[in-house]
Design a protein around this ligand. Sequence first.
Ligand code: ATP
Length: 286
Amino acid sequence: MIRLHDLHFSYKKKQVFNGLYLDFSPGHIYGLLGKNGAGKSTLLRIIAGLLYPQNGKITVDTNIPVQRLPSFLQDVFLLPEEFHLPDMPIRKFLKHHAPFYSRFSHEQFEKYCADFDVPQGSTLQGMSYGQKKKVMIAFALATNARYVLMDEPSNGLDIMSKSRFRKVLAEALDEERCMIISTHQVKDLENLIDRITIIDEGKILFDKDIEEISKKLSFHVSFDESETREAFYVEPSLRGNAMVSRNESGEESKLDLELLYKAIMVNGDMIKDVFNPLNQLHESGI
Ligand SMILES: Nc1ncnc2c1ncn2[C@@H]1O[C@H](COP(=O)(O)OP(=O)(O)OP(=O)(O)O)[C@@H](O)[C@H]1O
């Protein structure tokens, strides 16, 4: 488990986290969301041990990231948004980098590359940004690192590759692994993540399981004025008003991540109330 306890972090003049508490558990794919500059990349770099928090505690299982022990490094893989790959054939790249990961699987790497239509004999030099990204996603998963952190992984992927990306990640998840994906492309995470974590102004704004969200909130389109008035967030569309509201009927609707994100940014406190256990007891008359 990744555990952040009262984390404080500032760049020279810029404070990013001021007492952040957050856990990431194995067996889940987390969607890490937040506005530009909220600190998503910074958080991933802190977890990977590349940035040092000024205060607070962070543990990844029994490891402390800043120590960057070999046992830690082979279990945490960070795929940054921007990366540089050396000009060499994939085969040579694997020869140099795979040995750092004791559970690296060449079979899995080949399979993921095939899923992404990346020819095995290719050289990195002649590849487009999107093709390089696919090689890095394949590499990240083939390391079998327990914690895979990805910063905007779907940027640069074409439409077909984005759906393969979701498929490949879902297949690669098991109860031992934890994946954290930071992105603005929330549509790319649909049907993939099972928990959504939103950071804002150095704190956790929202952190809930998709299953719980689907039970408590309703996502639907309607022209009904009274429904619109009750909704937490409304967006006009040709088919009616797309809205997020309290799930009164108990029937689960298809979660719209983009709408949910906007609703939380606009009306976060009211939405948080829906998840407050005290309110639920009150509503059920207890
Ligand atoms: N090397 C740095 N030196 C100083 N300030 C930095 C540095 N890197 C980031 N920051 C600042 O820290 C804050 C958090 O940046 P970060 O890149 O973590 O945000 P982000 O949520 O990933 O943003 P985006 O969605 O735009 O990628 C921002 O205000 C940014 O300006």
